[in-house]
Every structure is written in structure tokens, then in C-alpha cells.
Design a protein around this ligand. Structure first.
Ligand code: FES
Length: 119
């Protein structure tokens, strides 16, 4: 299913991102990096934090909660160092540390609008 994100191409600056709520109530982060669009689910697959509160590190979004990093284009979990560096997380179990990859979506521009494909 193709949905209109409600964001116009001109409203999204390069190297920035925005959180949008789609008609089906899914919260999505859409962004543009070096002219290339990306879209991913706002819910961190680790423990559910809002990824829109995170920061970019290269091609990765860094979750503000525990610092896990996910590639914004592929969704792949790229880095989960925080529990190794920070004593507070050392005693956490493997199950607690585990994270799936981030859910990403196809996104494109058409007639000045940014559209997203939801399955
Ligand atoms: S909730 Fe995002 S890294 Fe833990």
C-alpha cells in the first residue's frame, strides 16, 4: 500500500529527518542524506524508544536510550557497543541486549510529494 507522508519534497532538507504519523497511525521517521531518501519505523527494535530523538552518525541513527546504531537505509543493526563501554549495562543478559534489525520502508518522490510503501 502506498501512502502520502504529508511531507512535500521541498519541506525536507538534505541531511535532516522528521517524524511523521501516517494515516494508519504508524510513526515513521523519514529523512534525506546526501540527496537520498530513507524511511524507518520510529520504534527502536531494542527496547522501544523513539528513534526520532536520536542522532545521526554517518549512515546510522543512534538511539538515545542505549546507543544502539541502525543503518537508516538497510535497517541493519550496526553497533551495540554501549553495553560494553558503560558499566551500567555490563550485567544485562544476552536476551536484554538482543535487538532485531530496524524496519525500513521504500520511499520516493512523486510530483513534489514524498510517498511511502507500507506492507
Ligand atoms: S531502546 Fe534503543 S538502544 Fe535500547
Amino acid at each position: 500500500m502506498i501512502l502520502d507522508t504529508g511531507i512535500l519534497s521541498n519541506d525536507l532538507n538534505d541531511n535532516s529527518f522528521k517524524k511523521v504519523t501516517l494515516q494508519n497511525n504508524e510513526e515513521i521517521v523519514i529523512g534525506k542524506m546526501n540527496g537520498k531518501l530513507y524511511a524507518f519505523n520510529n520504534i527502536c527494535p531494542h527496547r522501544g524508544a523513539s528513534l526520532a530523538k536520536g542522532t545521526l552518525h554517518g549512515n546510522n541513527i543512534v538511539c538515545y536510550m542505549h546507543g544502539y546504531e541502525y543503518n537508516v537505509f538497510t535497517g541493519k543493526l550496526e553497533n551495540m557497543k554501549s553495553w560494553k563501554k558503560d558499566d551500567r549495562w555490563m550485567e544485562q543478559t544476552l536476551a536484554w541486549r538482543h535487538s532485531e534489525d530496524l524496519k525500513t520502508y521504500n520511499i520516493y518522490e512523486e510530483n513534489g510529494k514524498i510517498l511511502i510503501e507500507i506492507n
